[in-house]
Design a protein around this ligand. Sequence first.
Ligand code: OSB
Ligand code: MG
Length: 368
Amino acid sequence: MKVESITLHRVGMPLVRPFETSFGRETARDVLLVHLVSDTGEGWGECVAGSSPSYSSEYVDGCVQVIEHHLAPLLFRAADVSAGSLAALFTPVVGHRMAKAALEAAVLDAELRASGTSFARYLGAVRTEVDCGVSVGISTSIDDLLDEVQGYVDAGYRRIKLKIKPGWDLEPVRRVRERIGPDAALQVDANTAYSRRDIPHLGELDPANLLLIEQPFDEEDIASHVALAAAIETPVCLDESIVSVGVAIDAIERGATSIVNIKPGRVGGYLPAVAIHDACVERGIPVWCGGMLETGIGRAMNVALAALPGFTLPGDTSASDRYYAEDLTEPFVLVDGRLRVPDGPGSGVTVRTDLVRAWALAAPVLVR
Ligand code: OSB
Ligand code: MG
């Protein structure tokens, strides 16, 4: 396709409840959307970057800059753009995977809509619905946490993930385990809040019989994750560290991670995400689909990815109402703890452009 224009929309999405992690508390999401127009049709992509560089070095304002001044010009200069050609096309720009992923999503959406193919079929999905988990933020009290978790259990979620940090770990985990019972799927995510000297402390989570502990240490610190995995029974799962297929293979081979969280935005797009999935399947490593509080646009694509064969654990692919009272697309609704995989062309969902306009945080930026 020939890319004709790219419009960047900033949309403010209020959260149904604040979401707190070890790196901060959010009450609304500042979403960057990419609307791409080409000679063969249109596509939308969602950028997962947060408003501040606290989960990763990328953040929304930076993504706008790098798309407008560095990545979009590469697309306009190319005679023929396809999703498969983007990795090569984007090589002049180092890093900035979340920005690249947002453009890749828009290119893919346009390409697949034009050919009448769904994301699910194109990526290699083998399921028509996916098992869903939910990520539960750090709460104001253990009683509030137990109420929130109970609500998700009642809604049918098939796995609970608790955010933890030093001072909010052993006791909340113990109490939630006691509440949901010994067989319920439970895991924790530290978002890099611990350091190597906390290994004995993290070992005290073993009696909770968790599915996994996600990313306790720094993104660059593979070695401490290797040491942790050797010291405790709970499986270690990397999120922030896994930025490419090469890092994924290295971390697996070193014994740092026995389960991998795949987030397309973090790794530069859906095609790199599939490459990581394939590398994990080859090595017998289970994967699951992470989330970044996506609106229906990113959620639709994630649900399609989560339908690939290696995604054997429930993902953070929650229903739309986990975060948003009203979504930017038709809502994703939990049925028996699962979401249906969209099967229409492209992402399979329709963007509510009236809401994109109504909830705009800034004037759209047209790049051409
Ligand atoms: O570490 O998985 C994470 C949200 C923002 C940044 C990082 C993470 C998360 C989540 C929420 O855990 C996942 C979701 O429900 O979208
Ligand atoms: Mg995580």
